[in-house]
Design a protein around this ligand. Structure first.
Ligand SMILES: *Cc1c(COP(=O)(O)O)cnc(C)c1O
Length: 471
């Protein structure tokens, strides 16, 4: 071996580095948890951040992995800080930093059975377990894929293939989804070549749920215009405010017309593990497919998503790739050889994270997680209602809360809240985000960190009031 290769593949060298980095990650976590780490984010403008990494990249002095890791930690957001309440990305369970090491080292791919034997089998075990939770019929199948966006696309492609609609009619295909649905649903439809006019956005009610009373008239209108509606999508829950659609009513509609019912549960489908909150998913057992992000409410590092198919309507997969170098039989649909079922060819065995969590802690851990964070979101909603100069966009029923500061008369409310958002980011004690709900600007939190508590939220509200006084 050449010298550099010899160094890079030195077992002794790796042993030393591995211990150093493991300690460093553990110390980062301890500092975040104990509150010793004061800020969730040390914000730098993109150009400033770019300069740091350009300078580093061009530095001719050698660097150790330990030094590099330290620099990465110093220049990024800390999700494990209790002030982190931004987007819906999971605050990873520490043990997944260890499963990540195993996944990266093995780099097993579930593409072809032999490349990822454990991963292929674990996917089937976990998917079967989850399908049971959702009340799917025996024989339910599914895959693990890279994210909810790709998951939605995968499910919609399968829905189209299973619809039996002839390719000659693909130009007339239409899909129905809530105006509140995640952009990846309509984007998936666009990628599939569905015309913009055939992506039927169903309006939502005051509670941000899809207007199920409009499904029938909008469907009839589409059919009269020669459109072929093959799928309806339900939100569980919506991304912006965390509202669950009435899945029972959507199921009634889908069954009446024998169209595919897909549930986008990227964020909220984990509620199935909670006795307290699983009622939100009533009717899910009648859906044909569901997407669940393990990297949102199931504490796993990005990306890892389950696409689960009920046993009923799924006729066949999307076209199985004709790849003689991978497998000889194109037609068989065995559960292993996952590339026959996914968009990816090479695909890491991210299922190892979820499998490990289920095996180490059981489903109970998800119940505790969902209950803790949904309870806290509802509690935060009450705190805002009780604060005279604050208001909610929507009374929260999950861990997603949209709210805003209401300034004294004369000040532009959107402008004031935009400034508060900017100042909060500069301050860095908390990391929250914002959104526009029905043309109004709101501050938005997703409570993803089980270390965040009521006291943290009181501090956040105090800080917002102080900042509001200053802007
Ligand atoms: C986050 C989200 C998605 C997209 O999932 P990614 O894993 O980010 O691709 C889709 N639908 C909903 C409802 C989401 O909240």
């Amino acid at each position: 071996m050449n010298d550099l290769l010899k160094k890079a593949y030195s077992a002794e060298g790796f042993k030393k580095d591995a211990r150093l980095i493991a300690d460093m990650v553990a110390e980062q976590f301890a500092a975040a948890q104990s509150g010793k780490q004061e800020k969730a984010i040390e914000y730098k403008a993109p150009e400033q951040e770019l300069k740091i990494w350009e300078d580093d990249f061009n530095d001719k002095n050698p660097i150790t992995i330990e030094e590099l890791a330290g620099k990465i930690f110093d220049n990024t957001l800390s999700f494990h800080n209790r002030g982190y309440m931004g987007h819906q990305v999971s605050v990873t369970m520490p043990v997944t930093a260890l499963t990540a090491e195993i996944i990266a080292y093995l780099s097993h791919s579930t593409t072809v059975y032999e490349l990822g034997m454990a991963g292929n089998a674990m996917e089937k075990v976990v998917i079967t377990h989850m399908a049971e939770k959702y009340g799917y019929e025996k024989g339910a199948t599914g895959v693990v894929t890279s994210g909810g966006s790709l998951g939605n696309l995968t499910a919609l492609v399968t829905a189209r293939t299973s619809s039996g609609i002839s390719e000659d009619d693909y130009g007339n295909l239409a899909i129905m989804t809530s105006v509140e649905s995640h952009y990846s649903v309509s984007r998936a439809a666009s990628i599939m070549g569905i015309k913009s006019d055939n992506i039927i956005f169903v309006p939502s009610d005051d509670d941000f749920k899809v207007r199920t009373d409009l499904l029938e008239p909008l469907y009839q209108e589409a059919v009269n215009a020669g459109k072929k509606v093959f799928c309806v999508v339900g939100c569980a829950c919506t991304t912006a405010v965390g509202a669950y659609d009435d899945l029972e009513a959507i199921a009634d509609f889908a069954e009446r017309h024998d169209i595919w019912f897909h549930v986008d549960g990227a964020h909220g489908a984990a509620a199935i593990f909670s006795e307290k909150y699983k009622g939100f998913l009533k009717g899910v057992e009648r859906s044909d497919s569901i997407v669940v992000d393990f990297h949102k409410m199931m504490m796993v590092p990005a990306l890892s998503t389950a696409v689960i198919y009920n046993a009923g309507k799924r006729k066949i997969n999307e076209k199985v790739p004709n790849a003689k170098y991978l497998w000889q039989d194109q037609r068989s649909l065995e559960w292993y050889n996952s590339a026959k079922h996914t968009m990816e060819c090479t695909k890491p065995a991210t299922i190892i994270h979820t499998y490990a969590i289920m095996r180490l802690y059981g489903d109970k851990i998800y119940e505790e997680y969902v209950d803790t964070l949904y309870d806290l979101g509802i509690e935060f909603g009450k705190m805002i209602e009780e604060t005279p100069d604050m208001e909610l966009a929507f009374k929260p029923c999950t861990n997603i809360v949209c709210f805003r500061y209401v300034p004294e008369n004369g000040k532009d409310i959107n402008e004031v809240n935009r400034k508060i958002a900017d100042e909060l980011l500069k301050d860095g004690t908390f990391y929250i985000v914002n959104t526009t709900v029905r043309d109004k600007f709101y501050l938005r939190v997703s409570l993803m960190n089980p270390m965040t508590d009521k006291e943290t939220l009181e501090e956040l509200l105090d800080k917002i009031k102080r900042l509001a006084g200053a802007v």
